[in-house]
Design a protein around this ligand. Sequence first.
Ligand code: GLN
Length: 251
Amino acid sequence: MKKLTALILALVLALSMTCAALADTLTMCTNASFPPYEFVDGDKVVGIDAEIAAAVAAKLGYDLEIMDIEFSACIPALVSGKANFCMAGMTVTEERKQSVDFSDSYATGVQVVIVKEDSAIATVDDLFAEGAKHVVGVQESTTGDIYVTGDIEEAGLGTVNRYQNGNDAVMALLAGKVDCVVIDNEPAKAYVAANAGLKILDTEYIVEEYAAAFPKGSDLLEKFNTALAELKADGTLDAIVAKYINTGDAE
Ligand code: GLN
């Protein structure tokens, strides 16, 4: 009997080792301080991007591993081959296309402005008004950073303070170190909900498209797009988004 148990155990072990060796793992990099697209819950990275990535990986027969790094480190991680792809609410830009390939878009993002409730800044245009001298907080290397660097810093209309993640930028706003934070609309909503005394200006700054990024020439890209299209068609994508964003009737 003991022998039989040992034999079964050995077989189970051998089988599980074979399976582990067969199941290839895809490594996705992200910056998990961008709710509801990616954030840390306990010891796990969760959110819209994490769930879409898991659904795509499952469809393609891969395990998924998520690497949580600074946003500014995501494209370098793809270029150096440390990650197979990146989902980080990343906006498609012509400049980024020089270093990475983008999947089809899976979401729209809007750059918005967070201010303190009693702020003198009432509209996005106030930031670009003649003689404006605001200190604007952004997350380093994001499109928010790129836009305000051009529209405000280089235009002589103020200075830009760059933070490693959105949360640090919002903490700087609460501490009075910056006059506003330019960031994507969904994380903005999450940060305003989590911190009293803040609001989002009604006017939008810039509308963008999010996509997954891949090392240039990656043969995963086409398979990813096919899986993504299937997830869009069968309603999985909408169901994932609806778990995290209250889309309401209007959208
Ligand atoms: N959408 C913005 C960008 O691509 C911000 C992304 C992020 O902070 N995770 O730059």
